[in-house]
Design a protein. Sequence first.
Length: 425
Amino acid sequence: MIKTIITFIIVFGILVIVHEFGHFYFAKRGGILVREFSIGMGPKLVYHRGKDGTTYTLRLLPVGGYVRMAGAEDDEEELKPGTPVSLFIGAHDKVERINTSKKSTLFNGIPLEVTATDLENELWIEGYENGDESAVKRYAVDHDATIIEADGTELRIAPKDVQFPSATLGRRLMTNFAGPMNNVLLAIVTFMLMSIAQGGVATGTNQVQVASSPVSVAQTAGVKTNDKIVAVNGKATKDWTALSQAIQPQANKKTTLTIQRAGKTQKLTVTPKGEKSNGKTVGMIGITQAKDKNVGAILMSGFTQTWTMTKLLFGALWHMVSGHFSLNDLGGPVAIFATTSQATQFGLVGILNFLAFLSLNLAIVNLLPIPALDGGKILLNLIEAVRRKPLSENVEAGITLVGVAFLVLLMLLVTWNDIERYFIR
């Protein structure tokens, strides 16, 4: 259980960091202020405010993360009239820090009850100083000032010129696309690492690699690594799939293998051992697919295996949308945790394969044109490109709200279904 929990946190952490770093990097390149880069959700554990203006936070729940960009839909307005704050005035008689939190204090801070603010355009804050309601006092705010939120996290304010909507359409489009793009790149790299971990790229042919175990049925019968098993009981086996399908039904039965070695053909007799797999007894003789250890093949495997899995995932997606939808086809954190337990049983190779699979899943799901997902945001960008002007803020906010409500409802249904599937039934 501990091993599964650690693996789950690491795998989930890698997925989140890589995805969000895509948004983060291209937002920065596009001149958009990233106010916060968070790993995890919920209460803040620790944070560090970088010189680049971004606050990096680690939060309690390891089930996600986010990049909080200035002016984006998830970047909330902080200050309302009546809010008590304290102000730190800098060397140029401008406010450099605004404290709204009771968890921290500003040395020599000026107490102020806010009456109005403009932290986007003209950059000022005004209110009653030291409880004196006879006069409203206004202070100029520095462009790079920070605000300490209620939970003690210190973030840069968000002037208009560094907000997400102020960036060009191309830069906003690239920022939205970068998260899924990074997940595809992660899958490619992970498949390459998996090929290295398993000693090369499986050729998929009828050429075999014999297990080194002294109890290997194939080794005992005289099969050697790099032999080609061209037939089983006289039935041709041209590739690995055909070879597996021919041997598995032969559990505990004498079986004749026709092998090719150094241009010569010979026959060997084996009795495959019966092993339990998915509730069935299948025949095993102790062989694996021959591996291509060429560096070029290993590098190329990242692309070929990513493409193969992408086609499988799109096939599964099409199966769902073409009238065969079931909640069992979806999985949330509970299902991922349960599957992590299975993946860890296959060691590093199993974990890497699982990571690549999840990363591609995350990329594809995020590219679906559903409001609140990256694909929904990209669709709005494309609509803006066609209309040559963005949708109104109210319309866009309404569309996003509907998308969020749909996703929350779907996540609740999926999570409950996962709990029933893995822990109740």
